[in-house]
Design a protein around this ligand. Structure first.
Ligand code: ATP
Ligand code: MG
Ligand code: MG
Length: 535
């Protein structure tokens, strides 16, 4: 494979060296028609990573040749996410920066008898392609194509009335080689060039030429582009231009979700999620909102490696990376999702005891916070049962469990509502700590030592591991988001800022969401403490 790129003449190799300053040059070429997702994180990890490892440059290039789908919102969001992952583009470029040069190269192709203006409709062209038959316009005189191409540019044709096609080989076994379209007419305004152009270059025409114009040495892309490698090299050779080394890697596919803009766009536009940053999505803005540290995303990319083999990665792999990053860095705290009132009967009404709690059980350097214990506390209702059972360590009538960082408590009486649902536990605290119960429970004190919070729990977006193409929308998991609106958190947690992370002990890792208000903070589940996906 190295031979492909070695076919460059010594003169071209020399020119490339001058152009690139002798460096390795890679590029990451997103189309600004949506937000970046975790698949792009893999591509960036390789493009920026390969350049960095070799002391080279990586260009962030917007592949903006389909004006209808592209806009400035996407461009800005992409730049933000590239930075978020810690990548430093040597420069930011746009395929549209080269529209004039590309147009000249289109003319040069015609002059070299490597392109022609064609008037077949899309349907005609594709059926001719299937039958491996030449277009009737294929052999028209060079002069004619030159002037018709100019007419296309001047807007003298309607959309679909003319295309510029490369004259490759209509009999090729590779359908991409059967005279692909180089230019098509679109009367759409472009986010950067406005109405300056009504002809736009195709991916096949643009990608290789801009790679070469930017002196890219290593052009990495996903495997679906492998069939386009022949035309990539054909065009550069036809124009005597420098040929970068092309290498394909497998797309990232994640279980229980979709990692492709083609699928993410309908999810967002169809209102199936609340926006591009809905924490259930695998977009980078969503992962950030969900509390994934950028380091963990890169750690995940490193862990899956590069290969040409198609692989579907389980969600537990991502969660593993996130957990291993958060475990050693995040402050521990207490949050009670479903509060059950507990009154400690052997405490005075005004009992307040300030406990000094380490922010991390193993890392003293992370400091401490205060938690106040008073007469009225809350535990989670799932930590109480009317019937005790072997192997159950929570509370039950007569049973003892430990309030973490405080005292053992024993249930003396259960107050219930009319239907027998427990409403309050009357307990006695063993302030001498004479017993050491197995069960250790998280808890918070009543107001003002705790505050109400909304907790958003997330689960897989799709029910099936492999999301099928046809019926995929029916496969959406209706339980992918659960909102717990009456949780209680420790006082210091309620003072969090957006983006602050906590481990709520025995529950999971959480991050403070942008929907928070001063009255009520909102926390998103980043990951549970254990692997919830059975991997
Ligand atoms: P999508 O199907 O999501 O629209 P795309 O390839 O059209 O993908 P681009 O914005 O053009 O999206 O992609 C920029 C780069 O990211 C390309 O090099 C592409 O190969 C790579 N890329 C896109 N999706 C994935 C993925 N799931 N895994 C790895 N790389 C990806
Ligand atoms: Mg693309
Ligand atoms: Mg795409």
């Amino acid at each position: 494979r190295e031979l492909d790129s070695a076919k460059n003449s010594p003169e071209l190799v020399e020119k490339q060296k001058v152009g690139s300053g002798g460096k390795i040059v890679c590029r990451f070429p997103p189309e600004p028609n949506g937000y970046l997702h975790i698949g792009h994180a893999k591509a960036m990890f390789l493009d920026f990573g390969y350049a960095k490892k070799n002391g080279g440059d990586c260009i962030l290039r917007f592949d903006d040749t389909n004006p209808e789908a592209e806009n400035v919102e996407y461009i800005n969001a992409i730049i933000e996410m590239v930075e978020w992952l810690g990548h430093k583009p040597a420069k930011i470029t746009f395929s549209s920066d080269y529209f004039q040069e590309l147009y000249e190269l289109g003319r040069e192709c015609i002059r070299r008898n490597k392109a022609y203006v064609c008037h077949q409709t899309q349907e005609e062209a594709s059926s001719y392609r299937e039958e491996k038959k030449d277009s009737p316009w294929r052999d028209r005189p060079i002069e004619e194509s030159l002037s018709l191409f100019e007419d296309m540019k001047k807007g003298k044709f309607g959309e679909g009335e003319a295309t510029l096609r490369l004259k490759i080989d209509m009999t090729s076994a590779n359908p991409v080689m059967r005279d692909p379209v180089a230019y098509r007419i679109k009367f759409s305004s472009h986010p950067r060039t406005g109405n300056q152009w009504c002809i736009y270059p195709s991916y096949d025409f643009t990608h290789c030429l801009v790679d070469s114009l930017e002196w890219v040495t290593h052009s990495l892309c996903t495997l679906e582009f492998e069939v386009r490698r022949d035309s990539y090299y054909w065009l550069l050779e036809a124009l005597d231009m420098y040929r970068p080394f092309v290498w394909e890697f497998s797309r990232l596919t994640l279980e229980n979700t979709v990692v492709s803009k083609r699928k993410l766009i309908p999810l967002v536009k169809g209102g199936h999620v609340r926006g591009w940053d809905d924490p259930r999505l695998p977009t980078l803005v969503a992962l950030r909102r969900r509390g994934f540290p950028p380091k963990a995303v890169n750690r995940f990319c490193a862990s899956i490696g590069v290969s040409r083999a198609d692989s579907v990665v389980g969600m537990h792999t991502v969660e593993w990376a996130v957990r291993s990053e958060l475990d050693s860095t995040v402050t521990r705290a207490k949050a009670v999702l479903k509060p059950l009132k507990v009154t400690i009967t052997n405490f005075e009404e005004e009992h307040t005891e300030v406990l000094q709690i380490p922010n991390h059980p193993q890392k003293e350097s992370m400091g401490k916070h205060e938690q106040v214990l008073c007469k009225h506390v809350y535990v989670d209702e799932t930590d109480f049962r009317m019937e005790d059972e072997k192997g159950y360590y929570g509370l039950a009538p007569g049973k003892t469990a430990m309030l973490r960082h405080a005292y053992p408590i024993t249930v003396k009486e259960v107050l219930t509502d009319d239907e027998g649902i427990p409403e309050e536990l009357l307990v006695v605290a063993d302030t001498a700590k004479s017993t050491k119960p197995k069960g250790v429970l998280h808890w918070v004190s009543a107001a003002p030592f705790s505050a109400p919070a909304e907790i958003r729990l997330y689960d897989r977006l799709f029910k099936s591991a492999e999301v099928s193409d046809g019926t995929w929308l029916e496969d959406l998991n209706p339980e992918s988001e659960k909102i717990v609106s009456s949780a209680l958190v420790e006082k210091f947690v309620a003072e969090a800022n957006v983006g602050d992370r906590f481990q709520f002990e025995r529950v999971g890792f959480f991050v403070c969401d942008k929907d928070s208000t001063d009255e009520k903070k909102v926390f998103n589940l980043t990951v549970t403490l254990r692997d919830s996906y059975g991997g």
